[in-house]
Design a binder for this molecule. Structure first.
Ligand code: PRP
Ligand code: ADE
Length: 174
């Protein structure tokens, strides 16, 4: 594990039985509350994709917290991948399963047509359902997935299998 990975784990809190019994929730609010560590993580992500992506697609909600700073560091557009019903324009939607339920996410139609190479970004890779749905939306909205970046991967849930056709990187894995 890199030193950034160790830093990330030092700023991750385990919360048993949240949001439902049996789930060990990985809470990254300690990272977001520590400006130096957060800046280190943002720089680590941005350095990996500089010059290789035209947009950052951040998944609501925690992918927004990381995605905004990464997009600014790269000087590329931030495109919000939102939970259904929040975007005002025409959208494409995708429904998926995740570790604790099902959800629908969406992006504006054609959101990636003018900046095609997208970095799909989120905090946690669990079952991979969210990331796979986000990748499908990038492609349906005119883009291509240049990479998937996760801060933390829960390897025991096997999310990478759903994402085998993509280049996936996680800063830390447990
Ligand atoms: O790999 P998966 O099994 O799909 O799970 C990962 C997703 O679950 C969490 O989001 P959540 O849907 O809880 O939404 P939030 O960011 O709004 O809290 C997390 O931020 C990822 O987006
Ligand atoms: N165990 C977990 N901790 C944090 N975010 C998650 N998203 C899905 N599963 C999660």
């Amino acid at each position: 594990m890199t030193s950034t990975g160790e830093l990330l784990l030092e700023h991750t809190r385990d919360v048993p039985d949240f949001p439902q019994p049996g789930v060990l929730f990985k809470d990254l609010t300690p990272l977001f509350a520590a400006p130096k560590a957060f800046a280190t993580v943002v720089a680590d992500v941005a350095d990996r994709y500089r010059g290789r992506v035209d947009a950052v697609a951040g998944v609501e909600a925690r992918g927004f917290i990381i995605g905004g700073p990464v997009a600014l560091a790269l000087g590329v557009p931030f495109v919000p991948v939102r939970k259904a019903g929040k975007l005002p324009g025409d959208t494409v939607q995708q429904t998926y399963d995740l570790e604790y339920g099902t959800a629908t996410i969406e992006v504006h139609t054609g959101a990636f047509a003018a900046h095609r190479r997208a970095l799909v970004l989120d905090d946690v890779l669990a079952t991979g359902g969210t990331a796979a749905a986000a990748c499908a939306l990038v492609e349906r909205a005119g883009g291509e997935v240049a990479g998937i970046e996760m801060l933390l991967e829960l390897t025991f849930l096997g999310g990478r299998e759903l994402l085998s056709s993509y280049d996936v990187h996680a800063i830390a894995a447990v």
